[in-house]
Ligand binder design. Sequence first.
Ligand SMILES: C[S@@+](CC[C@H](N)C(=O)[O-])C[C@H]1O[C@@H](n2cnc3c(N)ncnc32)[C@H](O)[C@@H]1O
Length: 253
Amino acid sequence: MSFNTEDKTVEMEEDAEFQRQLNLFVRSSTEKGIELVKIGESIAALPRRRSFLDIGAGGGDLTIPVSQSFDETTIVEPNEKQAHFFRRRCPHFKIYDDYWEKVDLAAKRFDFILCSHVLYYIPEGRWVETIEKMHAHLEPGGRIAIVLQSPLGEVARFFNQFTRYDVNILELWGDLIRKYGDEAIEVRYFMNEIWTDSLDDMVTIALFLLIDRRFRDYEEGIRRYIESHHKVADGYRIMQDEILLLIKKTSEE
Ligand SMILES: C[S@@+](CC[C@H](N)C(=O)[O-])C[C@H]1O[C@@H](n2cnc3c(N)ncnc32)[C@H](O)[C@@H]1O
């Protein structure tokens, strides 16, 4: 898969294998903790905290803690196994086992909409309309938080060995400013440290980051790359640069 090629589709892992990779990634990285800090700053600035929507909620590592700040939580999650987990773990959530592009939420609006590491599964040419749909479901005064991997840094360099990750964040940023005004858009940058003690675990995480299961064909090359670029004393370490895009809706909209 190439992230920003319009017509290519992603061939995802089986739901159970994806769940295993995601769990390992979450256990091995500082990401969810640092994301919660950054997202928390934005939630604290909201005028109201009634309804929260998490698009592509995954393993719930962000959803569950963030949900504690809101009266009600809705998730859209197409992975059947993850949706099933939420039904058992959080029966009070409203759960849509569907894709964001397809789901029908009628006229429902939310104070906070989170979309963390999900846009890669949607062709880049459709990102603006995808965000437009989020904006349509945002309460006046509400915020959308979109988290994306940066096209700079160690993970991006790793990607560029095996595929292309040259997502045009500046263009997206410009498009959003033209659409919603520069007062409405904020951008933050932060770092995630991924650390494992075994090479096998870092290869699993590398395959997870690459998203498309077809990269399994390059597993030996990926293993050699990690061994030569990311071996540290007693383990393996790779830094991931991340971008948080915030979109505010003014009270009058
Ligand atoms: C990398 S995980 C991120 C999980 C979570 N948001 C987080 O940051 O921890 C991506 C999630 O998005 C879901 N997903 C993939 N395509 C999607 C789509 N078109 N609409 C909504 N969710 C999608 C996947 O099933 C997966 O659970």
